[in-house]
Design a protein around this ligand. Structure first.
Ligand code: SAM
Ligand code: SF4
Length: 333
């Protein structure tokens, strides 16, 4: 089948799959504290439906799938989902982004089901700050989850950190030193306007340049060449093999090399985090008028149409930029 090439000649290889919009934390940059517009469970794709979509996507050249959310480990059948993706005739490289609260119990079964690597989100090492940032007193569970991930054999373990002014922007060197000691790969992510609550402000967000400036008195950072379609600009630390990444989605967007598509937990395909449009795959999957073959054909058509409609960039810096209506937790990061 044809590859998913858009009008800017970008070939799409990476599908981000949100398994649920729900979450056990309330990170301020991701979800309004009192958010309660959860999707009814019958609107979420079933596991069979998810597997059909991923299978069709792999026929179009998608070879990387990242499971995300919301919090993907809240999906009760997460181990089965990993197993089934790995059993597809053309299994994609599979990864998972999690807040790690349930990883202590799930790391070993997930590894046995074929998960190799994991990304864990952690923005602070302080219990008090974690509480303020997430509205939950659960940093201890994150550390337990990380320990279990390492013991299970998941590797590499990457840590995603978002820095916010006046909240944790002084913690970049401490987070990096901790990651070095633990042999985790740390990536700082610039905060994007995806909270759906309007707290984001371009003028006060912590930029990649500021992050580098706060790290450079403490570490010697040497740029790693050959970034490809990877969003993180990487640096070797102190002349060794360990790396730190900075994902400058706002100040140095990598849209020109973007190879990603996103599937929301209710079965909507998006060509960008910031798309205003979604393509409804759930409607096709649930159509009683179509045979299984017709369903697969229509999904295939909708993948191609979505890719052809992809814009050149997210346009965050454009004065006409409008924040997506759904928060990050509902789109799938
Ligand atoms: N709950 C899981 C977690 O936190 O890892 C997976 C979903 S979360 C939406 C995926 C990633 O998106 C996390 O690393 C989180 O830090 C990041 N994220 C969420 N909102 C963001 C924002 N407004 N700007 C930048 N990154 C954001
Ligand atoms: Fe939940 Fe992840 Fe969003 Fe935090 S970043 S609220 S853990 S989905």
């Amino acid at each position: 089948m044809s590859e998913l090439v858009d009008t800017f000649n970008r070939t799409h290889r990476d599908l981000r799959v949100s398994l649920t919009d729900r979450c056990s934390l309330r990170c301020t940059y991701c979800m309004p504290k009192d958010f309660d517009k959860w999707l009814p469970s019958h609107e979420l794709l079933t596991t069979d439906e998810l597997i059909t979509v991923i299978d069709v996507a792999t026929e179009h050249g998608i070879n990387q799938v990242r499971l995300t959310g919301g919090e993907p480990l809240l999906r009760p059948d997460i181990v089965d989902i990993v197993n089934r993706i790995n059993s597809l005739s053309n299994p994609p490289e599979l990864s998972l982004t999690t807040n790690a609260l349930r990883l202590a119990d799930l790391a070993a079964p997930l590894f046995e089901a074929g998960l190799v690597r994991v990304n864990v989100s952690l923005d602070t090492l302080s219990r008090e700050r974690f509480k303020r940032l997430t509205f939950r007193d659960r940093i201890g569970d994150v550390f337990k989850g990380l320990k279990a991930a390492r013991e299970a054999g998941l590797a590499p373990i990457k840590i995603n950190s978002v820095l916010m002014p006046g909240v944790n922007d002084d913690e970049a060197p401490a987070l990096l030193q901790w990651a070095i000691n633990e042999r985790f790969t740390l990536r700082f992510i610039e905060q994007m306007p995806l909270d759906a609550g309007g707290i984001w402000d371009r003028k006060t967000m912590v930029s990649a340049e500021q992050i580098l400036n706060s790290l450079s008195p403490h570490f010697t950072l040497t740029p790693v060449p050959a970034r490809g379609s990877a969003p993180a600009e990487e640096f070797y630390i102190d002349g060794g093999n360990q790396k730190v990444g900075i994902i400058a989605s706002v100040t140095q967007p990598f849209c020109g090399a973007c190879d990603r598509l996103r599937l929301t937990s209710d079965g909507q395909l998006r060509s960008c985090l910031f798309s205003r449009d979604e393509t409804d795959l759930r409607k096709v999957l649930r159509s009683s008028k179509l045979s299984n073959t017709q369903i697969r054909d229509e999904i295939s058509t909708r993948f191609q149409k979505t890719v052809l409609g992809k814009r050149a960039g997210h346009g965050i810096d454009d004065p006409s930029f409008v924040q997506p209506i759904r928060p990050m937790s509902a789109i799938g990061g």
